[in-house]
Design a protein around this ligand. Structure first.
Ligand SMILES: [Mn+2]
Length: 332
């Protein structure tokens, strides 16, 4: 299995990398420079990209530590996914494209790098798996997609929070504003935007006015409880792919119930079970998103067993499993 190469020992030993040693890539995937030609040459159909940007959070920072922490947790994940009977390396030639360079105190330059790095992966024909970072990163990712696709693209956003704040104290690029920015792109129609999992006490009235005014479909947790995750996610995916050339999926970790996802900016009770989240990820994968992000993971607030990071890693794997199998489980 691909593993981070073990450092050459004094006796010339050059065996495979072992857990707990050296600096791991995501699941031991090969490090590939984040350039179109390199990703294409590697044959990668999906590329892990760290986006350690947390300069735009309106609440707690620390999500910049998530890409590195997720790499450490993922080193114990085996590439064979028994639930789907696939090997992610055979199926996707999964690559680790490293991290986007983030410039302290220069959010604009950092966002421009995010856009450029993501563009390289899109042009190589691979799916960027962008690990935040805070929930402002869909703003530059959305710009990269907007430039890349020929027609319209849809946006599906899993989150306890609807994130439709037009600005926060005058600032337009916060982690509360990405939906408001997304629908300003010339090829995003608000009718192709769906928000899944909304609940809690952090969605102010002006944001509900915003979704109503623009005709954005919000699936609250109450509706998911009544109708079931399967039906709701299938409908939301129909909505974001209706008349579009592609869709982009953004996963805020706090859509999952706080009991299974404490390691996040704003943990919210009353959310998705881990099983519901993983099933949603399979359905997302089956529809083949052009790009995926997973944001607002804060390792410092995770519990000692790192359940949040483990679930986050499995969310990615279930998107890949759904992609490979059309959302049908082969085993398990
Ligand atoms: Mn959120």
């Amino acid at each position: 299995m691909p593993r981070t190469p073990y450092a050459m020992g004094p006796d010339g030993w050059e065996g495979p990398g072992l857990p707990q040693s050296n600096f791991p890539s995501f699941m031991g995937a090969p490090w590939i420079p984040c350039r179109e030609d390199a990703i294409r040459d590697a044959g990668a159909r999906a590329a892990f990209l760290g986006v350690p940007f947390d300069q735009a959070t309106v609440y707690r920072s620390g999500s910049s530590h998530a890409p590195r922490a997720l790499r450490y947790v993922s080193e114990m994940f085996l590439p064979y996914l028994g639930d789907f009977d696939i090997n992610v390396f055979d199926e996707f030639r999964l690559a680790d494209a490293g991290d986007v360079p983030m410039i302290p105190a220069d959010a604009e330059r950092s966002r421009s790098y995010i856009e450029r790095w993501v563009s390289e992966i899109l042009r190589a024909g691979a799916m960027p798996i962008c690990i935040g970072g805070d929930h402002s990163i869909p703003i530059p990712i959305g710009r990269a997609i907007s430039e890349h696709v020929t027609g319209r693209f849809g946006y599906i956003h899993f989150d306890a929070h609807i994130d439709c704040q037009p600005n926060f104290a005058g600032e337009r690029f916060t982690n509360w504003s990405h939906v408001a920015r997304m629908i300003e792109l010339p090829n995003v129609d608000p009718r192709n935007v769906a928000i899944v999992g909304a609940r809690g006490a952090l969605n102010p009235p002006e944001q509900w006015d915003f979704v109503e005014e623009h005709g954005i479909r919000v699936y609250r947790m109450r509706e998911i409880q009544e109708r079931g995750i399967e039906e709701v996610v299938r409908e939301a995916l129909d909505l974001v792919t209706d008349g579009t050339d592609a869709f982009y999926c953004s996963l805020d970790s706090d859509v999952v119930d706080a009991s299974a996802m404490p390691g996040t900016d704003a943990p919210e009770p009353g959310g998705l079970l881990s099983t519901e989240m993983l099933r949603a990820c399979e359905l997302i994968g089956a529809r083949r998103p052009i790009a995926l992000d997973l944001v607002e993971l804060i390792p410092a607030y995770d519990n000692p067993a790192q359940i949040s990071l483990r679930l986050a890693g499995y969310m990615i794997l279930h998107v890949l499993g759904g992609w490979a199998t059309g959302g049908e489980r082969i085993r398990g």
